[in-house]
Ligand binder design. Structure first.
Ligand SMILES: *Cc1c(COP(=O)(O)O)cnc(C)c1O
Ligand SMILES: [Zn+2]
Length: 444
């Protein structure tokens, strides 16, 4: 059976567009497009049959279905021929049972979805595999495209560069100068992308890359391109799959451009439409207080939205003042009885460090989500046995400076409450055993 998907304006304007068309916004009203699926055809297969198919493919080797994105291909992007798929075995990331951390803060059923345990170290791989595969499909059909470009706060560019390198395609990445971590900067450089370090912030890079793509036969890979949202949608499907097809009660997500929360919402809604789940979780969007336009809008009951000038934040991947997907995210938050909460630099750094003490290794964005988790817990928002999932968006190893400076007590505006700096000693037995005696008690 043939499945079909196409682009359509999120406001529902006609006409529709092929997924091979180079188009990101509605020519009629300027809104973003979204990928729509032929749901009737999908409904011809029962929920139980979909579950069985997805479970049979899960982490196996039959190309390309072992990838958790392509294992759900019919729901994501049926338009790509399997020969054109560019995949590095996406998804299937660990759902970390945060038992000790949860107990330490009086919670019960807490899980951290480790999306950073991925090829390029962030969840961005989930969407990029779909976008780059679609470009390969377009080239195979004779479209002329010179390169694929994105503005990035560091992780999108790393993913784009890796997938392009794997496929032999040209990546062009626009990074705000001195605003991404060294690890994030070196990723596109190593993968051979044309790396442009621009003297502006993310919002400034976004403006330029849009103009460049409009004129120059260059394909835009930012999340305003809704192909990425389709891949990221698998995050919620995979979550439910990992809980043996049960829906958690809460999902807490660090947000910037608001593509990911839109995608997660879309995945849950699609599962409900196709009968796999019957209820929705509550979604919580977690913002840095230094880049909080969504939080401010939430305070008005989403009646108004104003972009802000984002201030520097340790959570550099979400230092975004004018989120592209705002008009996708607000309806999602309304549908999911959503909450938006913010975290200060002090709160995000300490939450990240506290959770690290139970075996995690959190990036600062995950720190934002963890700080929001702690705030909602203190406010008694959670019922005693609620199942809570925190989306960890990147690997902590991408942000070594953040960690090092935290433990040295060097972060501005942060009191490092869980600092654990190394003890510097001479190579002397007595000096070493003295410190061990002072610092280490018998294990229980
Ligand atoms: C991209 C990114 C986010 C934010 O996702 P949006 O879709 O922009 O809201 C959060 N954390 C990390 C680590 C990211 O790379
Ligand atoms: Zn429109």
């Amino acid at each position: 059976m043939e499945y079909r998907a196409w682009f359509q304006c999120i406001k529902g304007c006609d006409p529709t567009y092929d997924l091979t068309d180079i188009i990101y916004e509605c020519p009629n009203c300027g809104s973003l497009l979204e990928v729509r699926h032929d749901v009737e055809r999908l409904q011809a297969r029962s929920a139980a049959a979909w579950i069985k198919l997805f479970d049979d493919r899960w982490r196996r080797t039959e190309w390309p279905y072992g990838s958790s994105v392509w294992g759900k291909k019919e729901w994501i992007c049926p338009n790509v021929h399997n020969d054109n798929v560019v995949s590095m075995y996406e998804g299937g990331t660990n759902l970390f049972w945060a038992e000790r951390f949860a107990k330490s803060v009086g919670m019960d059923d807490l899980w951290i979805k480790q999306c950073g345990n991925a090829h390029t170290g962030s969840f961005k791989d989930l969407g990029m595999t779909v976008l780059v595969s679609m470009v390969k499909q377009m080239l195979a059909e004779g479209k002329k495209i010179k390169g694929i470009a994105c503005a990035s706060t560091g992780d999108t560019s790393a993913a784009l560069a890796a997938y392009c390198a794997a496929a032999g395609l040209q990546a062009i990445v626009f990074l705000p100068k001195d605003k991404v971590s060294t690890s994030q900067l070196i990723q596109p450089i190593a993968n051979g992308a044309l790396t442009l370090s621009i003297d502006t912030d993310f919002d400034g890079c976004m403006k330029i890359v849009k103009d460049v793509c409009r004129e120059n036969n260059i394909y835009l890979a930012n999340s305003m391109n809704s192909l990425r949202v389709e891949g990221q949608k698998t995050l919620s499907i995979e979550l439910v799959q990992q809980f043996d097809w049960e829906v958690p009660d809460w999902v807490i997500i660090p947000v910037g451009n608001l593509g990911n929360i839109s995608a997660i919402g879309k995945g849950f809604l699609m599962m409900r439409e196709l009968g796999i789940i019957s209820r929705l979780p509550r979604l919580v969007a977690a913002q840095s207080a230094n880049a909080n336009p969504l939080y401010l809008s939430y305070q008005t009951g989403f009646k108004c939205f104003e972009p802000v000038k984002a201030k520097p934040t340790l959570a550099s991947a979400i230092q975004i003042g004018d989120p592209v997907s705002i008009h996708k995210a607000i309806p999602v938050l309304q549908e999911f009885d959503g909450i938006v909460e913010q975290a200060t630099e002090d709160e995000l750094a300490n939450a990240s460090a506290l959770a690290d003490r139970s075996g995690l290794f959190n990036c600062p964005h995950t720190g934002v989500a963890l700080a929001v988790l702690l705030k909602l817990n203190e406010r008694k928002m959670f019922a005693p046995h609620d199942r809570i999932v925190v989306i960890s968006t990147a690997h902590g190893l991408k942000f070594p400076d953040f960690k090092v400076r935290y433990h040295r007590g060097e972060l501005k505006g942060v009191t490092s409450r869980y600092a654990n700096p190394p003890v510097e000693l001479p190579a002397d037995y007595d000096a070493v055993t003295k410190v061990i005696d002072e610092r280490v008690q018998a294990m229980k």
